[in-house]
Design a protein around this ligand. Structure first.
Ligand code: HEM
Length: 147
């Protein structure tokens, strides 16, 4: 729902295409706005709410078959790094959670965190609310985790 790339890679139409009663002329540049589709209230209940549990009961998959959620794109130009990306995200997130003792700075409440994104080719967090953490006295050696 927070795709790293708000738009898929631009595509150029090679011939006139009719789509949903629109003619897309040959030569047009097409940008697929996955940022918008992954928070479209037509498909998502409370799309702006942080509810990771929504995926527990959903059949929607990120592998390019369900167009309401295509962070890796879809079709023949789908991200070839999808299997690696899926594994890396889990390893990185698990390693970060396991290796550091995360705390919120000052008196910030979780509900006050700004979870909005800044817009550019790659989305990033608007602010870095978790700005302080202490190292939990664990060695942080990537290769031992990956072996
Ligand atoms: C969570 C991690 C990743 C995400 C969310 C992601 C997302 C994407 C997206 C959205 C596209 C554009 C697809 C389209 O326009 O239809 C793409 C393309 C691509 N990705 Fe990834 N990617 C990830 C990881 C990786 C990794 C690990 C690699 C390589 C090791 C990789 C290599 C590529 C390449 C080469 C393309 C261009 C494919 C083409 O145009 O034919 N990606 N990726």
């Amino acid at each position: 729902m927070h795709p790293p790339t708000p738009f898929l890679i631009p595509r150029k139409v090679e011939q006139d295409v009719e789509l949903c009663n629109y003619i897309i002329p040959k030569g047009s540049l097409i940008l697929v706005n996955v940022w918008a589709t992954s928070r479209d209230p037509t498909f998502w209940k409370d799309p702006l709410e942080f509810k990771p549990e929504r995926f527990q009961s959903l059949e929607v998959d990120v592998r390019g078959q369900d167009f309401e959620l295509i962070p890796f794109g879809a079709g023949r130009r789908i991200c070839p790094g999808l299997p690696l990306g899926m594994r890396l995200v889990q390893i990185m997130l698990g390693s970060l959670l396991n290796s550091f003792n995360w705390i919120l700075e000052g008196d910030i409440e979780p509900k006050d965190l700004d979870m909005e994104e800044t817009f550019s080719f790659i989305s990033s967090s608007a602010s870095y609310p978790i700005s302080s953490f202490d190292i939990y006295n664990k060695s942080y050696i990537w290769h031992t985790m990956l072996v």
